[in-house]
Design a protein around this ligand. Structure first.
Ligand SMILES: [Zn+2]
Length: 511
């Protein structure tokens, strides 16, 4: 039995720079999955937020001559603005500087300590400030951080350590018992490889940093920013708080989406902390690849970024949402380039669906005075729709998001082909009853196919799908639509007048 609730989270970006398009990609994917679950009628809770403590933030604020709090407040405001720009439908937003979150972090540290999973020792090694990561000598590449290639700082300080080493076998057992705990399989194997090498205990406190959550039983220490950040997924639900009703209702998370660079934190450290707390593990840790610009990895520290505002301005939100999910094979790296975008947009959006909608509505206006003909039985189209719907749902369940879109496009193009084959413009010239009936049937079949395509595409392109429904004279709002109730062939009864025609995806000239 599938549960009726659905809890999905994004990784929370570190607030030291403006978001880049690669991070927006993760929000788009999680947003699509969240909207899909709402479309299926599930009680969905979609969380995102921001990671705001640590040395890097402390430094960035100091460089700007502002307080750390003012610095993160400004950064968070901009992130929230971008979430709105990209139409991300998160139900909640957690900040790691929220007092309620900080209290949960402290509750958890106390519990880990009481469980005997924390101990004090001296850490000697290297630390990459931009990545906020402890590194051992063996991990360095040419003496630099293996992740960002920057210089590391030598650190020797007293830290609290978490006994991660004691959880290796338990994690292996869990992954073997739950083979889809980590998706896709390549990432699962990567984690199993790490675990089989054996785990070292990890530092969970710093003394050199003050912008963080104080360790409640030792005031010189502050919680390591990564541990602080991971806790957001349950602090946002009120874990260990006075009101923990959201936690009772939604945890364990159904899907926790992350980028492949933070796999170890989410598939090793996070579940080990949960095990120590006696809290269930998330059902799936879903790992996506990187968005590249051409062949280069986007990186704010290296200044290779695709500015999400510029891209939105240039191409429109739904076009970008479509492109990123259609073009990138989920779990793998993928690339954004202007020529690839323009080609995909013009072919799929401007031509296939945009043109289908505009010519169908023009014909209904011209031949039937803007009234969609009454429903006809159409075994061929009904079967095609049922097939599209069931395959699309199955593919979404397997994170084959691009393949899901390809399947829906087959249905869109079946409608396009139907227009070409039946030539409504020829039928419209005839006064024979059989041709009049045939024209009614074709217009109905195509209008209904557009409605159903728009319905299943709501999660991908909510604004454009609303525009399609409006033009079809449907008064419902996309957010109120449920696949089970609305996704059935045969909705127009001969009394639906189409709305004002609008161009959905204006063609982009390739210069
Ligand atoms: Zn680094």
């Amino acid at each position: 039995m599938e549960s009726k609730k659905f809890y999905i989270t994004t990784a929370i970006p570190y607030m030291n720079a403006k978001l880049h398009l690669g991070q927006i990609y993760e929000f788009i994917v999680t947003d699509i999955v969240a909207r899909f679950n709402r479309l299926l009628g599930r009680d969905t809770y979609f969380l995102t937020g921001s990671d705001e403590h640590g040395q890097k933030i402390e430094k960035s604020a100091k460089d700007k001559g502002v307080s750390s709090q003012d610095y993160v407040d400004t950064m968070v405001k901009d992130m929230k603005r971008l979430l709105e720009v990209y139409n991300i439908s998160n139900d909640s937003y957690i900040r790691t500087t929220d007092k309620a979150h900080e209290k949960v972090v402290q509750n958890i540290l106390i519990k880990l300590n009481e469980n005997g999973d924390l101990y004090k020792s001296t850490y000697e090694g290297d630390y990459c400030v931009p990545c906020e990561t402890f590194l051992t000598e063996g991990q360095l590449v040419d003496g630099k951080c293996p992740e960002c290639g920057r210089d590391v700082e030598h650190v020797e300080e007293e830290n609290y350590f978490f006994k991660l080493s004691e959880y290796g076998q338990k994690l292996i057992d869990h992954i073997e018992k739950n083979p889809d705990f980590i998706i896709p399989e390549t990432r699962k194997n990567e984690v199993l490889g790490l675990l089989k090498q054996g785990l070292k205990d990890i530092s969970v406190s710093r003394t050199a940093v003050e912008w963080g959550v104080p360790i409640p039983f030792d005031s010189k220490h502050y919680c390591y920013v990564w541990v602080d950040a991971l806790i957001n997924y349950i602090s946002a639900l009120g874990y260990s708080s006075e009101d923990s009703s959201l936690f009772e209702k939604y945890w364990p998370a159904d899907q926790q989406h992350i980028g492949k660079d933070i796999l170890k934190f989410h598939a090793v450290i996070w579940p080990a902390i949960l095990m120590s707390l006696g809290v269930d593990l998330p059902k799936h840790v879903v790992v996506h690849g990187w968005l590249l610009m051409g062949k280069e990895k986007l990186s704010k520290s290296k200044g290779i970024t695709l500015d999400p505002d510029e891209i939105a301005e240039k191409y429109g939100i739904d076009g970008v949402r479509y492109f990123l999910t259609r073009e990138l094979s989920f779990g793998q790296d993928g690339s954004f380039t202007d020529p690839a975008f323009i080609k995909r947009y013009n072919a799929d959006l401007s031509n296939d669906i945009g043109n289908l909608v505009s010519r169908t509505l023009a014909m209904i206006e011209k031949y039937r005075e803007s009234v969609i003909p009454a429903k006809v039985k159409s075994p061929d189209f009904e079967k095609a729709w049922e097939d599209t719907k069931s395959v699309a749902l199955e593919l979404m369940g397997q994170f084959k998001i691009s393949e899901c879109l390809i399947k829906v496009w087959e249905f869109v193009n079946k409608a396009n082909k139907h227009i070409e084959d039946s030539q409504p413009w020829t039928l419209a010239k005839s006064s024979e009853q059989k041709d009049i009936d045939k024209l009614d049937a074709v217009l109905y079949e195509v209008a209904e196919s557009i409605r159903l395509s728009a319905l299943i595409l709501i999660p991908f392109m909510p604004t454009s799908c609303q525009k399609i429904l409006d033009q079809l004279g449907i008064e419902k709002k996309t957010g109120d639509i449920r696949l089970e109730a609305d996704g059935i062939w045969g909705s127009f009864d001969g009394n639906t007048k189409t709305g004002e025609r609008k161009i959905l995806f204006p063609r982009i000239e390739d210069k």
